[in-house]
Design a protein around this ligand. Sequence first.
Ligand SMILES: *Cc1c(COP(=O)(O)O)cnc(C)c1O
Length: 416
Amino acid sequence: MTFKNSIEFALELDKKDPLASYQDKFYFPLQNNGDKYIYLCGNSLGLQSKNTEEFVQQELEDWKSLGVEGHLHAKNPWLPYHEFLSSSYSKIVGAKENEVVAMNTLSVNLHLMMVSFYRPTKVRYKIIIESDAFPSDIYAVESHIKHHGLDPSSSLIKLAPRKGEVVVRTEDILNIINENSDSISLILLGGVNYYTGQVFDMQKITDYAHKYNIMVGFDLAHAAGNIELSLNDWGVDFAVWCSYKYLNSGPGSVAGVFIHEKHHKRKLERFAGWWGHNKESRFKMPDEFMPIETAEGWQLSNPPILSLAAVRASLSIFDEVGMPSLVEKSKQLTSYLVFLLGQLPNDRIKIITPNERGCQISLSVKNGDKNLFNEITKKGVIADWREPDVIRVAPVPLYNSYLDVYNFCKILEETL
Ligand SMILES: *Cc1c(COP(=O)(O)O)cnc(C)c1O
C-alpha cells in the first residue's frame, strides 16, 4: 500500500480497519485535560480490557458465597480453572492444548524449564543467549550454570551483533552453533528481542540446533500476542512468556509455558509440586510424585484464580479476533509508523529495528539524549525509554489506531 502523510489518510485507514471497534473495549490512561494518552507501551504493560472486572468479580463473588466449595462448584470451578486458558494459549503460541499451561510468572518458569532442559555434562554444558537479552534471563541462566558448579565465563556464549551493527544475523547464530556443536547444551533466545524488536528465525535456529541434539527454548515475553508462532510445528523444546505485555492480563499476572509433546512422557528431571501430580491420585496425597504427562506436569501450586480470571478475560478477546487478523493489522500499522518516521527531517533518531519485527519499533536517540523522550511524554505520549539510548514504541493492533500513530509522529516532529 502507498501511504500518505496526512491526517485524512490516517482517518481513512481507521475507517477501513476491521479491528477499529476494539479500541473501545480497553481503558486508556487519561491526561490532566481529560484526553487519552497516546499509549504506545503495550510491549511493557498492556491496557486493561473492560471485561476484566466482570471476570475477576465473578471469582470474588463465588469465593464470597461458596468458600472452599468454589473449587468444585464455582461457576468456573477453581480446580480445573487453569485448563480454561489452555485452548486460547495454544492458539497464541501455535501449540497443542496439552503442550501449554498457565502458571507462575516468567522468570520462575524459565528456572523450572532449565531444571528440565539444561542438564550439563562434562562435554556438553554451554548455553547460548543474546548479549542484550533481558537482564532477568541472563541472571537466571548464569545462576543455573553456577548451580551446576560451572563458570559462566566459559559456559555462557553471548551472541552479539557484528561491529557497527545492532541486530544479530541468523547466519552468525548458526555459525556459533556449528563451532560449538559438541559443547552446547541449550540455546535460549527471545522470540522477539526486547531491546531492538528483532524477531529471530525460530524455526531455522531450532532445526539447525536439533541436528546436534541441542535443546532450544524461547522467551516469548515480547512475542506472545505480537507475532505468529508455531511452536509445535517448529519442534521447539520449550518456551515461556508473561501475560502482562501484549496479552493485557494485568501487572505481574500469571504467565505461561510451552513444553513440546515429544518431552511429555520422558520422565525429565523437574522440580515438583502437587499440582503437577496425576489428577486421579492428587487428593489421595500419595508420597510418590507421578507427573501428569502433559505440560501440566510441570505445575507446582494451585494457581492464583483472581489473576487467572484477568488472563481469561483478556484471552477471550484474542479468541474472538484471532492472531491472523491481529498480525495483518499489526504489519500495516507498524509499516505506517515506519513510513511516517522516514518522513521526519532529522538526524537525531534512527530506527534500529530490522524488517524482521513485530509491532515494536526501537529508535536510538543521538547521544542518548533522554530529553526528547521526556518532551514527548509531556505532550501526551506514553512510550518507554531503555538505557542507554533507546525509545521503544509499540502500536498495538488491538487498541491502537492509525490516528495514534499519526499523532505520535506529529508530536515527535514538533519536538525534534
Ligand atoms: C518482561 C520480560 C521479563 C520479565 O520477567 P518477569 O518474571 O515477568 O518479571 C523477562 N524476560 C523478558 C525477555 C522480558 O521481556
